[in-house]
Design a protein around this ligand. Structure first.
Ligand code: SF4
Length: 196
């Protein structure tokens, strides 16, 4: 299969006259290092990329726990897992100051409305992680009290399997979310919409 990675700095959104000139080929730097390495080595970037990078360094989770999974979630602020290295240790008590909702545990139908209200009160851009099998699909609670997947009421960006997921699995999900956002993947509410 052909390598489809961008080869020119202009493919990354950089728009100098030299780069956009139709008859100019790749510069010597681009030829020798490749656009990706050059961009990284020189610290070149676009405003959109810089903003996305900054957003991943201050993605504040809402203080919200539902069941046993919440205990695993709480432990990510401890020294052992140290979520502070991503600037994320400030779990916010107001949804208006949070941009990440970690749904950690089974969602009872009775809890669905408050959860949706919290999500609606968060400012955009915002993201949702479904932590554990219960939040993702209802898990082993296939009964009339439990919502069979939180994605029925809010759009989910990342699903984390297991019962319970270990803090490492949650960290992995958070890192994947950061990578997706830095790569320009829009939040789930833009891709799949919000249930009405
Ligand atoms: S996935 Fe397991 S640990 Fe998490 S809420 Fe469900 S039963 Fe509890």
């Amino acid at each position: 299969m052909a390598d489809e990675r961008p080869t020119r700095l202009r493919d990354y959104g950089l728009q100098s006259e030299r780069l956009l000139w139709p008859t100019k080929g790749p510069s010597r730097f681009e030829q020798e290092m490749g656009a990706e390495e050059l961009e990284r080595a020189l610290g070149l970037t676009t405003l959109e990329k810089a903003v996305r990078w900054a957003q991943t360094k201050s993605m504040w989770p809402d203080t919200f726990g539902l069941a046993c999974c919440a205990i695993e979630m709480m432990s990510i602020v401890s020294a052992r897992y140290d979520i502070a290295r991503f600037g994320m240790e400030a779990f916010r008590s107001s949804p208006r100051q949070a941009d990440l909702l970690i749904v950690s545990g089974r969602v009872a139908h009775k809890m669905a409305e408050p959860l949706r209200q919290i999500y609606d009160q968060m400012l955009e851009p915002k993201w949702v992680i479904a932590m554990g099998v219960c939040a993702s699909s209802g898990g082993m609670f296939n009964n009339y009290t439990i919502l069979q997947g939180v994605d029925r009421i809010v759009p989910v960006d990342i699903y984390i399997p297991f019962c319970p997921p270990r803090p490492e699995a949650l960290m992995e999900g958070i890192i994947r979310l950061h990578e997706a956002h830095q790569a320009g993947v829009p939040p789930a509410y833009e891709r799949v919409g919000v249930a009405t």
